[in-house]
Design a protein around this ligand. Structure first.
Ligand code: SAH
Ligand code: SF4
Length: 420
């Protein structure tokens, strides 16, 4: 989502203000840093990065801080780093051309509604188009700062999404990647009058776009994984068979403390339904260890879900207390060394699972959509079920689909040869 926000900002600046992008920071007229605030570490990193930018920037260059940390710290950023020229919140991206011209501007209103704003187009990749389908988040997970930085959830009208997707496809993209904090809650609230369209219906409408071959999305919420959604996912051939199912914890008690709205049993039931309808699906997840009050038994439940589901990919983190969240005030904090031990245990278990799963991939053939030209004459892309596969080749493969047979197993990247 941050990457897409950056693309929106770049589009506004190139179309309306005549800027061009550069990788050479000391020669830039404008330096923007787009920030995350989900965990504490990126926030502290922001100020050290800003110090470096200030030292290395050329005379008169402006510095702007954008994104979720901008939303949550607001003016505080300028107080701590007075050379920052403006602060632009995650929900105020469309105002980039305004703040640019007001020194010390701080635009961080999380009630600002830009769900119908027509952003100009800029895409980092011509092959795959990220498309926002909603802004904000209506949930209140007790650990999470996102509702405080991105505001309430508003769905973007489907006509705008379809228009954006068609434009991307006309420009050569064969894949769209839909983005939202709870994509499968799409349609819950629009800003203006709008017919009832849920996520499954949006997927059906998008898949009617000729020449659009692949649809991916993130993040769906396990709570909203009803049968209609899973059936659409399984039966629609344009939807890539890779599902992100953010578990957070395998313990029903911890899930309740997190206010996630589902139980361990519901999560396992949804996985079973998904796998029974779509056996080839790959499943990834997010897990937080050492949430306040997480006992050894609770953690064992997380390991149990891991053993049962055998996730294809995990993003795992130690709980990080965040300001303005409910859990910030929870006092039953887990010791740091216990937290580290649990994270390592979880990650080691996953590595073992992955090694077993990956070994079974040797000699299998997947249809790969090539997107990246790597150094050393390799081109890489993804299979429908999200394996990253590289082959020897040139830029001629980019934007094409090929059948690839896997010849070497890696932990996260496989090597193969084109067979058709
Ligand atoms: N809307 C998505 C998540 C967005 S935040 C969802 O509900 O799944 C991305 C991930 O960051 C979360 O899934 C969670 O695993 C992690 N995260 C969020 N807040 C956190 C915190 N306070 N400490 C540690 N990890 C956190
Ligand atoms: Fe945060 Fe929960 Fe919303 Fe995801 S659903 S963004 S974890 S509050």
């Amino acid at each position: 989502m941050n990457s897409r926000d950056s693309e929106h900002i770049i589009a506004q600046l190139t179309e309306k203000e005549g800027y061009e992008t550069t990788d050479d920071m000391p020669s830039a007229d404008l330096i923007l840093i787009n920030t995350c605030s989900v965990r504490e570490k990126p926030v502290s990193k922001l100020f050290s990065e800003l110090g470096v930018f200030n030292k290395k920037k050329k005379e008169g260059a402006k510095i702007g801080v954008c994104g979720c940390t901008a939303s949550h710290l607001g003016e505080e950023i300028i107080k701590r780093a007075p050379y920052v020229n403006f602060v632009l919140g995650a929900r105020n991206v469309s105002k980039i051309t305004e703040v640019l011209h007001k020194d010390k501007a701080v635009e961080v209103d999380i009630n600002y509604d830009e769900s119908e704003f027509a952003f100009d187009d800029f895409r980092t990749s011509p092959y795959k188009a990220f498309i926002n389908i909603s802004i904000g988040c209506d949930k209140a997970c007790t650990y999470c700062i996102v509702p405080k930085t991105r505001g309430d959830e508003i769905s973007i009208p489907d006509a705008l999404i379809l228009r954006e997707a068609k434009r991307a496809v006309d420009n050569g993209a064969k894949e769209v990647f839909l983005l939202g904090q709870n994509v499968n809650n799409y349609g819950r609230r629009f800003s203006g009058e709008h017919e009832k369209v849920n996520f499954s219906e949006l997927l059906r409408r998008l898949s009617k776009i000729d020449k659009l071959e692949r649809i991916r999305f993130t993040s769906p919420h396990p709570f909203h994984m009803d049968d209609e959604f899973i059936e659409e996912f399984a039966s629609n051939p344009k939807i890539c068979k890779s599902m992100h199912m953010p578990l957070q914890s395998g313990s029903t008690k911890v899930l309740k403390d997190m206010k996630r709205g589902y139980t361990k049993e519901w999560f396992l039931d949804r996985v079973e339904k998904l796998r029974s309808m779509c056996p080839e699906v790959s499943i990834s997840t997010d897990i937080i260890v050492a949430f306040p009050g997480e006992s050894d038994e609770d953690f064992e439940d997380t390991l149990d879900v891991m053993r049962k589901v055998r996730f294809d990919q995990i993003f795992s983190f130690k709980y990080s207390p965040r300001p303005e969240t409910e859990a910030e005030h929870f006092t039953n904090v887990v010791d740091e060394d216990v937290a580290s031990f649990r994270l390592t245990t979880l990650q080691n278990l996953h590595t073992d699972i992955l090694d077993e799963k990956n070994a079974a991939q040797l000699s299998k053939t997947y249809r790969v959509y090539f997107e990246d030209l790597n150094k050393d004459y390799f081109v890489s892309g993804r299979s429908d079920n999200n394996l990253v596969i590289k082959v020897k080749g040139s830029d001629e493969l980019l934007g094409k689909f090929k059948d690839v047979k896997i010849t070497t197993i890696g932990r996260t990247i496989f090597t193969g040869e084109v067979v058709g």
